[in-house]
Design a protein around this ligand. Structure first.
Ligand code: HEC
Length: 75
């Protein structure tokens, strides 16, 4: 069951990115590469409150988007 749920989240995240972010940020991986924080947890703690006031106010959409963004950066 986990895989289809993840795939659906990724599709939703991609759609949210295309709708809300892509017109200003061309490359999601480049955005993630620029984030502060040594670990994925550090980056999440920075990114979530940042996006709350930067184009992703809806908590459910933001949660999916944050997971998807962080997954684009290897540790
Ligand atoms: C209207 C243009 C615009 C849109 C839409 C936009 N951004 Fe940004 N974003 C910017 C600008 C300009 C900056 C740099 C200045 C700042 O920090 O606000 C930035 C900064 C950031 C940063 C901080 C790291 C960096 O690259 O400076 C992140 C992360 C980010 N945006 C993610 C997103 C995400 C995710 C979305 C969609 C939910 C989004 N942005 C939508 C213009 C935009």
């Amino acid at each position: 069951m986990a895989a289809p749920v993840l795939a659906q989240s990724a599709t939703q995240a991609q759609a949210a990115w295309d709708r809300s972010c892509a017109r200003c940020h061309r490359d999601a991986a480049a955005v993630v590469a620029a984030l502060p924080g040594a670990t994925s947890d550090d980056r999440r703690q920075w990114l979530d409150p940042f996006l709350a006031t930067h184009r992703a106010p809806d908590p459910a959409t933001r949660a999916i988007l944050v997971d998807w963004l962080l997954a684009q950066r290897a540790e």
